[in-house]
Design a protein around this ligand. Sequence first.
Ligand code: NZQ
Ligand code: ZN
Length: 388
Amino acid sequence: MYNFIFHNPTTILFGKDQITNINGYVPADAKVLITYGGGSAKRNGVIDRVKNALGNREVLEFGGIEPNPHYETLMKAVEVIRTEGITFLMAVGGGSVIDGTKFISLASFYNRDATDLLKFGFQSITHEVVEKVLPIGVVLTLPATGSEMNDGAVISHGKGKFPVMSSMVYPKFSVLDPTITFTLPAKQVANGIVDAFVHTAEQYITFPVDARVQDRMAEGILQTLIEIGKINVEQPDNYEARANMVWSATMALNGVIAAGVPQDWATHMIGHELTALFGIDHGQTLAIIYPAVLAEMKAQKQAKLLQYAERVWNIISGSDDEKIELAINKTRDFFESLGIKTHLSEYGVEASAINDVVAQLEAHGMTALSETGKITLDVSRKILERAF
Ligand code: NZQ
Ligand code: ZN
């Protein structure tokens, strides 16, 4: 197991009606800006419930944060914060709203060109760069990204999606009420299951470092998602199934299973280019790319793929190669059982566009991906061809 430092400061308020408890976690004299997306949180009454829970505090709203949040939109919120003297941000939404709010928080006290903040990649933005941020509270409406309990965001700018990390923007608290997610369309539920699954797998199907707790927790999350995936898509108001989905998605990317282990992230980096170029949903891009990454990187990932086949899918007969092959096929079948197509060609993309994706990977410095850095541009091209 590698050395690690683990700290996660986010308080989780899990379960029905937990919105009513946010009063205890927001300063009494706070001037609050509620940030939200295209309007689902308005229509289903969640924003009104948040306002009620905030009582007498002064509350303003900023809506219109789009999926894959855009820099320009977020900078409009920064203007509101500066003119109104906002002291607390309440993000009500899925990964895009939460990520966008983290960026707003960082940019609000950054007095130079805020596109600078998109250039740090996976390097954490520290106090030396941004002296101060606005505290963030979250009401999660879409279980998928884990953004409700982590220090990351992904921001769209021009033709790219840029990771932004900072330990200063962990939410102070996050409300995880599964009933708030009942209004999600089936497509978003399926996307969320795939996102949580691939987050877990990208921290697990790498190479062994004898991290037994992390491995078994990852296997537990993957098996849970396999058990409850289809139920969540087909029964949107099944509380127990949704509660397990919500907690799986949070645990998949809050740092617990990442501690002390190698991490891959190639699928996410290639997937981000597919979203930026073709507008394919984040979860869909992962369902397209991940089976192809596993197949292409079979030799590098052999030991963990075998462990995955045996422990997650209970594949106990056949040669090692046959077990691995079957596990990869079962992974793809699982994504498809949720209603997600797993080939790039099924999203109206032409084969010639693979060149554009590779060019964007190069432009963004994504030339040595995966847990070993061995996914060069040539290997990414092979992965995209397999995924086509
Ligand atoms: O905008 P509204 O009207 O709210 O509709 C949203 C949006 O259209 C809708 N929705 C959300 N909650 C709903 C709902 N509709 C009905 N009822 C509800 N309760 O769902 C649509 C998609 O929302 P979005 O927030 O974009 O989805 P998701 O949570 O999948 O977030 C995707 C974004 O997160 C980034 C992705 O790159 C992408 O930009 N990621 C962030 C990560 C992180 N911070 O750690 C890691 C991830 O790997 C990911 O890259
Ligand atoms: Zn993801």
